[in-house]
Design a protein around this ligand. Structure first.
Ligand SMILES: *[C@@H]1O[C@H](CO)[C@@H](O)[C@H](O)[C@H]1NC(C)=O
Ligand SMILES: *[C@@H]1O[C@H](CO)[C@@H](O)[C@H](O)[C@H]1NC(C)=O
Ligand SMILES: [Cu+2]
Length: 590
């Protein structure tokens, strides 16, 4: 009897383990044609060879420390072309079957890879039907110097990219909250390295995940409160590289046939003794993520597109839209070691039913059919909803902020309008887009008189703009500026005390988290004439108006910029399309 129960016990546990090890669904069923998060995922070279120039660096003598990334860019003369077909498809990334948007049949989407100074051309074929929907790609973090038309935000500019900058990023739809439905993928721009490593394992996508369709969630976040509107929905799961398990016993009774347990988690291969580069990307809709790897410290070498002086940590905090490149050396235990990779949604700062994502890391001789048994770092959530300390992240290329020529204070707040809709405001206005009147084109025609709800901040010819954001709302917000890296002078609780963190060389990045009841202070030099979106990157918040347009050098927009023909055509096509059809625009449009 004892023996039997013992055997039964161990059989039970073997069986239990087996259930979590062997994915119950195929990769095709969970992620379509995507290989991200499988042991077959590609690794990446230090740079792409081009025009037979194998062996010589595409960026010549430019370096991460010595070359100003905003004024010096190589011109490689190389164009990298990508063809994206965007379609709906039914997959089950975490075992729960749902309709998503696939790029070339993949979720997450395929990589865009180039060298610093290359030109990237992406041909997007929109085959989204049932229902039809517009789309627009935004090349997150690409500064689009002298090229604001290609930044990809509808009603501001439209479509397709060119590259300046290095390190890692992502592309995503900037059309309503469409990227929460799957329209996203990684972007790797190879540049001069600021730290040595052996193997580039590529993107690690961290995404809060919703079982509802994004359009339904969006409808509910923007609906009047009295008719069930919910501006703060809970995510259902948290995924790494589009994969994760889900406990199907928690789904509604009518939905159980759509749900399969143990869909399978993401796996990564480490080579014993080698140093690996991981490109962490918070590509979610709402959640603040805290990322760690059991037993290993990480060396952070870049934030967003900005290479920084390497520093060691056990946790990296990433708000929506933020990226960090980290190096991890496989030197713990033996060549048969395996460890958990973890990304936890901060439940103090975000709304999640299942906040903890897991993926498995296997050293080269580890048994990849077994789950790791490693123990998590003891790193309690500080609950501030802020990024890791500004003093930690010092850019490789030093830039001291100039004295600002203008300072703008903007408040984040919310209100409920007379029809009961919950709306976010930035500087007193809740933004709403008009897809048919691209602002940049109007400015290009010299028309600078915009409706209040377009929330345009015209900084004229000011060379240096300082912005103080005070967050008087009950949520933290990842604030994202297009067209520039923000020099982040300070962040913290309450009001700014006037001090600057490392005034000789403050942190630069393109998304910065602002705490509840706190502030961020940043500035930028207006070296990029255009109209640049500045907004919260939480999908539901930007949809409900937390957005402004920062205009710089309007005269240059009129006199120096030429509307590209391709863009004029895209706009004409959109006008023709909407002439015959009422576009179902239920949100701010972005
Ligand atoms: C994530 O959550 C697990 C489980 O609660 C915990 O043990 C771990 O310390 C957390 N890690 C981080 C980075 O918050
Ligand atoms: C309230 O906001 C919603 C969403 O932007 C909008 O559709 C509605 O027209 C607004 N109500 C009024 C009275 O302006
Ligand atoms: Cu927000």
């Amino acid at each position: 009897m004892g023996l039997l129960s013992n055997m039964f016990g161990s059989f039970g546990s073997i069986f239990g383990v087996a259930l979590t090890l062997i994915s119950s669904l195929t990769q095709q069923q969970t992620n379509g044609k995507s290989l991200w998060g499988t042991l077959q995922a590609p690794t990446f070279p230090l740079f792409l060879s081009s025009n037979g120039l194998l062996g010589s660096l595409p960026w010549g003598l430019l370096t991460a420390t010595g070359s100003n990334p905003y004024t010096q860019a190589p011109n490689t003369g190389v164009t990298r072309r990508y063809d994206f077909t965007v379609q709906r498809g039914v997959i089950a990334p975490d075992g729960y079957q749902k309709s998503v948007i696939l790029i070339n049949g993949q979720f997450p989407g395929p990589v865009i890879e180039a060298n610093w100074g290359d030109t990237i051309v992406v041909n997007v074929h929109n085959q989204i039907t049932g229902p039809e929907e517009g789309t627009s790609f935004h090349w997150h973090g690409i500064l689009q110097k002298a090229n604001p038309f290609m930044d990809g935000v509808p009603s501001v500019q439209q479509q397709v990219a060119l590259s300046h900058g290095t390190s890692d990023s992502w592309y995503h739809s900037h059309y309503s909250a469409q990227y929460a439905g799957g329209l996203l993928g990684p972007m790797i721009i190879h540049g001069p390295s600021n730290a040595d490593y052996d193997i580039d394992l590529g993107p690690v996508f961290l995404t809060d995940y919703y079982h509802g369709e994004y359009f339904d969630i969006l409808k509910s976040t923007t609906a009047p409160l009295q008719s069930g509107g919910n501006p703060a929905p809970l995510s259902d799961n948290n995924l790494i590289n589009g994969k994760g398990n889900f406990d199907c016993s928690t789904v509604a009774v009518g939905d159980t046939t759509k749900c399969t347990n143990n869909a399978g988690i993401a796996k990564f291969q480490f080579t014993t003794g080698k140093t690996h580069r991981l490109r962490l990307i918070n590509a979610g809709a709402e959640a603040l993520q805290r990322f760690s790897i059991d037993g290993h410290t990480m060396t952070v070498i870049a934030n967003d597109f900005v290479p920084i002086k390497p520093y060691k940590t056990t946790v990296v905090t990433l708000g929506i839209g933020q990226r960090s490149d980290v190096l991890v050396t496989a030197n713990i235990g033996s060549s048969t070691s395996s460890f958990w990779m973890r990304s936890n949604i901060s439940t103090i700062c975000s709304l999640a039913k299942q906040p903890n994502a897991l993926a498995a890391i296997y050293y080269d001789r580890a048994d990849t059919t077994k789950t790791p048994t490693s123990t998590a770092w003891n790193v309690p959530d500080p609950g501030t909803c802020a990024n890791d300390d500004l003093s930690l992240t010092e850019p490789m290329y030093t830039i001291a902020p100039s004295p600002p020529t203008t300072t703008k204070t903007m408040e984040i707040n919310f209100f409920i309008n007379s029809t009961g809709n919950f709306l976010w405001t930035l500087d007193g206005t809740s933004f709403r887009a008009n897809y048919n009147n691209p602002l940049l084109q109007l400015a290009n025609l010299g028309k600078l008189d915009f409706p209040e709800i377009w929330n345009v901040k015209n900084f004229g010819d000011n060379p240096t703009v300082r912005v103080i954001i005070n967050n008087n709302s009950p949520a933290a917000h990842p604030m994202h500026l297009h067209g520039h890296n923000m020099q982040v002078l300070h962040e913290g609780p309450g009001q700014w005390d006037g001090t600057i963190i490392r005034p000789t060389n403050p942190q630069r990045r393109d998304v910065q988290q602002v705490r509840v009841g706190g502030h961020i202070v940043f500035q930028y030099d207006t070296d990029n004439p255009g109209v640049w979106p500045f907004h919260c990157h939480i999908a539901w918040h930007v949809s409900s108006g937390l957005y402004a347009n920062m205009m710089e050098h309007p005269l240059d927009i009129k006199n120096l910029l030429t509307l590209p023909l391709l863009l004029a055509q895209t706009c004409t096509q959109w006008t023709l399309y909407t002439a015959n059809k009422v576009v179902n625009q239920i949100d701010s449009g972005l």
